[in-house]
Design a binder for this molecule. Structure first.
Ligand SMILES: NC(=O)c1ccc[n+]([C@@H]2O[C@H](COP(=O)([O-])OP(=O)(O)OC[C@H]3O[C@@H](n4cnc5c(N)ncnc54)[C@H](OP(=O)(O)O)[C@@H]3O)[C@@H](O)[C@H]2O)c1
Length: 435
């Protein structure tokens, strides 16, 4: 290793890239196109040593075919490679390749939320054991600088709550439903046609993608190991055009939110992902189409909002390249960046203990005394009603009830009891209302 008089590295840092798809290809091209700038910022020459892909015979525009290999393990095992970038996705072989890289003393950068949300602690332990960096800015909210602010800039503050729009597909669908009155299926078809939704949209519309990101965010914000299995999850498939119209009538908008909260006694956290109404005046309400944003409430900083593109090759590559420069700087200075901070080990609250407001839409028989019966059920379960709107149409009526804050358990018991009232024909919708 060559060093200058101050002990700083002066030689070349070799980089292995695993995966050359939507994100990997952008990273490779930008490393090549912006080499001198990135080198100046990193403090050492950055050189792409090889790229592992599934099919190395496929031509990739603008990239040297000699760089490609199908043997990711051999690339990661090269003793001259000091930084490994994982952009394959999924659990295996990504996990094994990153562990092998770290065991050999290489620092790693990944955008893989699924891997971090399931095996984050194992990866952090490997990074700690081998004295290397594990960076993953692109794993949540694409281009938005968010994880480094949480890990570093806000390290002196106490985060109370985060509300995030962290899935562009669902935000696009809900935006179209709100702005055009479309139902879910129509808005999903439009998202698919425009390339915002995958052919199988389950990971997005059922909330799996957002849940993995919420686990990563909550782990960093609350210094506690939180895995995707700890996150309560509901998707947006049941959100109807009527719900969206009701939200609008109430001055609200429905957003798919990742909500990470510290409990009032500061002993526990809750992490949940579900559609929720928020006031149209909330900063997140204006986050349209496929954009992402995370709203953070911290003791000293107050309210912060991070906004930008949450996906796409170039935006995600921006975050990956930022990590590459950061990790390279540490290697030049022969130091390390921040590792895992999980000292707090707070308890994780079940969904039943979470407290919020609710919107309940009931179809009832339009006769005297029904409203009183319904109100009595809410009262018996300790759920206080904030507003009621009743619309009659013939023999039927609809009741739209918004509650004051109550636990999920109390609301669930209320809904169960409402099903036992003869005059309640259908509970057509229950949605959370975040203030
Ligand atoms: N796309 C986004 O907007 C976005 C945003 C944020 C985070 N991410 C994350 O970034 C990562 C990459 O996403 P992507 O959209 O770029 O994926 P992608 O387009 O599907 O690309 C995956 C790449 O991995 C290669 N690959 C697959 N299996 C492999 C194996 N066993 N060994 C070596 N290479 C293998 C593929 O090779 P071939 O090219 O030969 O098929 C391809 O180049 C994922 O973790 C994803 O969650 C993506």
């Amino acid at each position: 290793m060559a060093t200058d008089g101050a002990g700083m590295r002066t030689d070349t840092l070799k980089i292995a890239l695993l995966g050359c798809g939507t994100v990997g290809a952008e990273v490779a091209r930008r490393l090549d196109a912006h080499g001198p700038e990135l080198t100046a910022r990193a403090g050492a020459q950055l050189e792409l040593a090889g790229i592992a892909v599934r099919d190395p015979s496929r031509r990739r525009t603008g990239l040297d075919p000699a760089l490609f290999t199908a043997d990711g393990a051999a690339l990661v095992g090269r003793p001259d490679v000091e930084i490994v970038i994982e952009l394959i996705g999924g659990i295996e072989p990504a996990r094994s390749l990153l562990l092998a890289a770290m065991a050999r003393g290489a620092s790693v950068v990944t955008a893989n939320k699924a891997l971090l949300a399931t095996h984050g602690p194992q990866l952090y332990e490997a990074a700690e054991k081998h004295g290397v960096d594990l960076y993953f800015e692109a794993s949540v909210a694409g281009a938005i600088p968010l994880l480094r602010p949480l890990r570093e800039s806000l390290a002196g503050d106490r985060i109370r709550r985060m509300l995030g729009i962290v899935n562009g597909t669902t935000n696009f669908i809900l935006t179209r439903m709100d702005e055009t009155g479309a139902d879910f299926a129509t808005a999903l078809a439009e998202a698919t046609a425009l390339g915002y939704a995958e052919a199988d949209p389950t990971a997005d519309v059922a909330g799996h993608d957002a849940a993995a990101k919420a686990a990563i965010l909550a782990s960093l914000a609350f210094h506690t190991r939180i895995r995707v299995g700890d996150v309560y999850r509901e998707g947006i498939t049941a959100v109807s055009a009527d719900d969206v119209a009701s939200a609008r009538d109430m001055g609200n908008v429905i957003k798919m939110l990742a909500i990470c909260e510290l409990s009032a006694d500061e002993q526990a956290v809750s992490v949940r992902v579900h559609p929720a109404m928020i006031p149209r005046t909330h900063p997140l309400a204006g986050v349209r189409e496929a954009f992402n944003a995370v709203f953070v409430e911290a003791d000293a900083a107050g309210q912060l909002m991070f906004y930008g593109r949450g996906a796409g090759g170039a935006p995600t590559a921006s975050a990956v390249l930022g990590d590459i420069v950061a990790v390279a700087r540490h290697r030049v200075g022969q130091g390390r960046g921040v590792g895992e901070s999980a000292y707090a080990q707070l308890a994780i609250r079940s969904i039943g203990e979470c407290v919020t407001h609710y919107y309940v839409h009931l179809d009832v028989t339009d006769k005297a005394g029904v409203l009183a019966q319904v109100a009595a059920v809410f009262a018996a379960n300790g759920v206080s009603i904030s507003t009621v709107r009743q619309d009659g149409h013939g023999a039927e009526a609809s009741l739209v009830i918004v509650t004051h804050s109550a636990t999920e358990a109390a609301l669930a018991a209320t809904v169960e009891n409402l099903r036992g009232i003869d005059a309640v024909r259908e509970i057509s919708s229950v949605l959370r209302v975040e203030r």
